[in-house]
Design a protein around this ligand. Structure first.
Ligand code: FEO
Ligand code: CA
Ligand code: CA
Ligand code: CA
Length: 629
């Protein structure tokens, strides 16, 4: 039997290993795939033959006025954060830094304990935002997950030896709320601020919306189906128009296991990658509710968007089931012209979908916002090859499901039922502040044109997913008809196809706005600044070899939505992902997250020497104090 090193696989690769997708392996299928591959080459080589791309090509040829206030930096593989001349980088907070003065400083030898970690900045910083209120600046950050080889690197085989090792890993997950101080231009965090808070997999949550109280959410510990414990694998985020934080539960499945080896998970759970084994976190060892053979409904209580009020450290976070249950990346909120709240949502797994939520009520400052994320319509995107598309509503009538509650829990199945377009792993979604236009990173998908998704939906090459075995990724954008975010119809094109023009001369070279100097792979984080510049963060292959030669370490680039120009701004340290981006209220500081430097053992960032690598948030400022976004 083949053994797999879980640390060397991405989340969804591991999902596939332990829970193989339905896969046709007969000869007909192989032949068909080969034919598709030839067709792909014929049609993609000439971009003009793609209706959706042909409208895009003239746009990027029009590159003119320079909207970027920096000179592009070169790709590199330095164990450092590199930024353009005139900019400087300071570390604000790192994994394990205590938020309270009664907690110990980070200990690189032991890497902390369960108790110290529960009172310290979590691991693997991801989505974040800054909330400014009077003279208070609060940073709210997702701590997505942990790398076993780092957090348990004090153990000889990099695995948990004692229960407290598992607890430490668990407490490194969740959310950190921490007050920042920017006195004198240097940012630091404020120990013992009354706003400081750790929200962990043990924090009590309220379940709201259509699924609240449904039988599928009831457990032994919570027969009401309305109170769950905790949030984990919090990936991207969002901010509501009323100033609360949205955190998005992504790979929630990887924490469940079954003590009973005979246990068979239901097909409903299997669609979400739940199986008899977890991804190595071992939580069932210290917390029985992660044993799916004993508590089969517990996984139905995760996979949601959670709303948090950062100004009230005693508030109970609210799981918003109306926004659907899937591997949520982020939650991009827009107030439509008529006041309704629209939230764009991606499900990051190969061949899964893009969703839109539209509230029934309207946002009116000063009035209650409680029902705006509970009462509305969830839809899923269908993209046509001709550059048009539509939102298909998920209702009992359209899906054949019994209730909105069921749709809110089995959302992937609902999307399949209405024929949603299987996408190349939807990551962050960002709304252009200057136009009714939405961008979504489709990070990569090695199964495109090769293998169906976990629900058996085919993943044909075409539309916004135009390359078979897509290892580079692309960014799709769409414009709602009539600039109305609640409209059924939209038009779309591709902002960029990432690629490598030094290795390929076909579609895998990338679109016309990709060249040997700015190339990258696997776009993931996306955010617009107040000037309408689109910032692109990558979570890709950093081997810098073969298909990825010249791409260097993961990076952050700036894109001009008008001209299509893309320019590299930052390169991260070895084996990191760059993810999470926000700005200070005065726009003179850009905060950027550096996640898991050294995930394969080859970094000592940020502390240098022979120290343990630590995920951290950095502040980027200009030496001349000018605006940075
Ligand atoms: Fe946590 Fe899809 O990235
Ligand atoms: Ca991501
Ligand atoms: Ca990613
Ligand atoms: Ca990562």
């Amino acid at each position: 039997m083949t053994t797999y090193n879980k640390d060397e696989l991405s989340f969804d690769e591991y999902d596939e290993v332990i829970n193989p997708r339905p896969e046709e392996t007969d000869f007909d299928r192989v032949v068909e795939a080969a034919i598709n591959r030839r067709d792909l080459m014929r049609s993609v080589v000439a971009f003009g033959s793609f209706a959706a791309l042909s409208s895009f090509a003239p746009t990027i040829a029009r590159a003119g006025a320079d909207r970027f206030a920096f000179d592009q930096i070169a790709a590199n593989t330095l164990d450092a954060v590199t930024v353009p001349e005139g900019y400087k980088v300071d570390v604000v907070i790192s994994w394990g830094d205590p938020l309270w003065s009664d907690a110990p400083e980070f200990d690189g030898a032991t890497r902390g304990t369960g108790n110290s970690q529960a009172r310290a900045f979590g691991d693997n910083t991801d989505g974040m935002d800054v909330f400014s209120h009077g003279d208070k600046t609060l940073l709210v950050v997702n701590n997505e997950y942990t790398n076993r080889s780092i957090i348990w690197g004090n153990r000889t085989d990099g695995k948990a030896e004692v229960d407290d090792d598992v607890v430490k890993g668990k407490m490194a997950h969740g959310i950190t709320v921490v007050e920042l101080s920017g006195d004198g231009g240097a940012w630091s965090f404020v120990k013992d601020s009354p706003y400081n808070r750790r929200i962990t997999p043990d924090t009590e949550m309220e379940i709201t919306g259509p699924a609240a109280g449904h039988d599928l959410l009831k457990t032994e510990a919570d027969p009401t189906g309305t109170r769950s414990l905790g949030t984990w694998n919090n990936c991207g985020n969002g901010v509501t128009p009323w100033g609360t934080y949205l955190t998005c539960e992504e790979n929630f499945n990887g924490y469940f296991s079954a003590a009973d080896p005979e246990h068979q998970v239901s097909p409903e759970l299997a669609r979400y990658g739940i199986s008899g084994s977890d991804w190595g976190y071992g939580w069932a060892r210290v917390d029985e509710r992660y044993d799916v053979s004993k508590h089969p409904n517990e996984p139905n209580r995760a996979g949601y968007v959670v709303e948090i009020d950062p100004y009230d450290p005693n508030s109970t976070p609210k799981k918003r089931t109306a926004l659907g249950r899937f591997k949520h990346e982020n939650a991009e909120c827009v107030v439509n012209n008529d006041g309704r709240v629209v939230v764009y949502l991606g499900d990051d797994e190969r061949g899964e979908f893009i969703y839109r939520y539209v509230s029934n009520g309207v946002f009116a400052p000063g009035e209650s916002t409680e029902e705006l994320l509970n009462d509305g319509t969830l839809s899923v995107a269908k993209f046509n090859d001709d550059g048009t598309g539509e939102w298909r509503d998920l209702t009992p009538e359209t899906t054949g499901m019994a209730s909105l509650a069921e749709i809110s829990v089995h959302t992937r199945q609902a999307g399949s039922a209405v024929g949603a377009t299987t996408m190349d792993r939807p990551e962050w979604i960002a709304a252009n502040p200057n136009a009714a236009e939405i961008y979504c990173s489709l990070t990569n998908n090695k199964n495109r044109g090769i293998k169906p998704n976990a629900g058996g939906d085919e993943t044909p090459v075409g539309g916004p997913n135009p390359r078979e075995a897509n290892n580079y990724g692309q960014i799709v954008r769409w414009r709602p008809d009539g600039a109305d975010h609640t409209a059924k119809a939209f038009s779309w094109d591709l902002f960029v196809l990432a690629g490598n023009p030094t290795v390929h001369s076909d579609a895998y070279a990338g679109s016309a706005n990709v060249n040997a100097d700015n190339m990258f792979n696997s776009p993931d984080g996306l955010k617009f600044d107040s000037n309408g510049v689109l910032w692109i963060q990558t979570d890709g292959n950093y081997s810098n070899a073969e298909e990825f030669a010249g791409h260097g370490n993961n990076q952050m680039l700036a894109g001009d939505p008008v001209t299509g120009e893309i320019r590299r701004f930052m390169v991260g340290p070895n084996e990191c992902e760059i993810t999470g981006l926000t700005w200070s209220a005065d726009r003179r500081t850009m905060f950027v997250g550096i996640q898991h430097p050294g995930e394969k053992g080859n970094s000592h960032w940020p502390d240098g020497g022979d120290t343990v690598p630590r995920s951290a948030i950095i502040a980027v400022t200009r030496s001349d104090g000018a605006l940075v976004g």
